[in-house]
Design a protein around this ligand. Structure first.
Ligand SMILES: [Zn+2]
Length: 379
């Protein structure tokens, strides 16, 4: 189909080895890939104003179906004009299907062919999430990129369990596609499962390709297997998915995971890490991770990272950031979250530029070399 007809399209602008650089076009704006999506779980990227999230360079953010269906409710958000208006974020939004979170967060849940019956972790109310209800909720939210409803076991898990779960998810993927229907300007992504079993990943990819999606996610990774096994899986899993559609690695990750994933052909990622770390006093910089509560920062007038353009680095010292964290002031979470999101977006921009120039290998080498140096010497 001609891309313009649907209002959603993906085009590759450069490749370097398996790494890819491209543009996703949506009616709400374009997304430069590889893209990192900040997580706005409950219709907010924690401790950040949406304007500030946009200022870091984020083209798209992720919101969670499970959280929003329970509170404040998808129908209420729809009555209030949809999620973009509700949370004051006019750029694209991707929503997850709720499948992963209902299995990890809900109390008393029961999995069946139909879907997942569960009790809310907030008030114990009973709910049912199915592929059809997940599509309905994501449509009520007005999500630009909708994820198929799926289910996945934590790793390690035995092969029979992974196979059973993957096949159920593929049947749910077909139901998701049927329920999604025809919604010009909105995209539906399928999710590959199969754990670390190569043949199951292939079976899953074949099933998804037969159904046909606007993009393809790799699910079931970053669930306890560790970086080495994850990257090993990414050596083959992305290649099983259509070249001309975006590939999204769900829930990843640390900066090193992200560089490794992009190297292997991933176009989109999301993770709570930059914001969650920001609230616990952890900062990510070109030279690795910094714990701002460490006493070495108490008298240090220098910025976290002199090359960073974020307000935390432009206007405040390590000593100030150390003080407000120790004093449990709210600005501590605000500044460190902003810095971490800026670092992640700068990392993505750096990789996009390197791929466009055919210099990804040099970028990767310098990324690891700078981190190996460690933080600047204490004063
Ligand atoms: Zn900064």
């Amino acid at each position: 189909m001609w891309a313009g007809m649907s209002g959603f399209s993906f085009s590759l602008t450069a490749t370097d080895g398996a790494a890819r650089c491209g543009v996703i076009a949506t009616p709400r704006g374009t997304i430069a890939t590889p893209a990192f999506m900040p997580v706005g779980t409950a219709a907010t990227v924690k401790a950040m104003m949406p304007e500030s999230v946009a200022e870091t360079g984020a083209d798209i953010l992720l919101a969670n179906t499970y959280h929003l269906m329970l509170r404040p409710g998808a129908e209420r958000i729809a009555r209030l004009g949809g999620l973009h208006r509700f949370m004051n974020w006019q750029r694209p939004i991707l929503t997850d299907s709720g499948g992963f979170q209902v299995m990890s967060l809900a109390g008393l849940r029961k999995l069946s062919e139909e879907g997942v019956a569960f009790k809310s972790h907030i008030d114990g109310a009973r709910h049912m999430l199915t592929p059809e209800r997940s599509m309905e909720i994501q449509a009520l939210l007005g999500s630009d990129i909708v994820m198929a409803f799926d289910e996945c076991p934590a790793l390690p898990s035995d092969r029979a369990r992974i196979a059973r779960s993957m096949r159920l998810s593929m049947r749910w993927a077909a139901r998701s596609k049927a329920a999604f229907g025809d919604r010009p300007g909105h995209a539906l992504f399928g999710i590959q499962q199969g754990g670390l079993e190569r043949d199951l990943r292939e079976e899953s990819a074949e099933a998804l390709r037969a159904i046909g999606f606007d993009g393809y996610a790799i699910g079931g990774l970053a669930v306890g297997e560790g970086q080495a096994l994850m990257l090993e899986c990414l050596d083959y899993a992305p290649r099983m998915l259509p070249k001309d559609k975006p590939r999204y690695l769900m829930g990843v990750g640390k900066p090193g995971d992200i560089v490794g994933a992009v190297k292997r052909g991933i176009d989109m990622m999301d993770c709570v890490l930059p914001t969650r770390s920001g609230r616990t006093g952890q900062a990510w910089t070109r030279r690795g991770q910094i714990n701002i509560k460490n006493a070495r920062h108490a008298d240090d007038p220098r910025p976290l990272d002199e090359n960073c353009t974020c307000p935390a680095c432009r206007n405040y010292s390590r000593a100030y950031l150390h003080h407000v964290f120790r004093a449990r002031e709210i600005i501590s979470a605000m500044l460190l979250s902003w810095h971490n999101l800026q670092y992640y977006q700068d990392l993505m921009a750096g990789m996009r530029a390197a791929i466009a120039l055919g210099e990804f290998a040099a970028f990767e080498k310098s990324f690891h070399a700078q981190r190996a140096e460690g933080d600047i010497e204490p004063l």
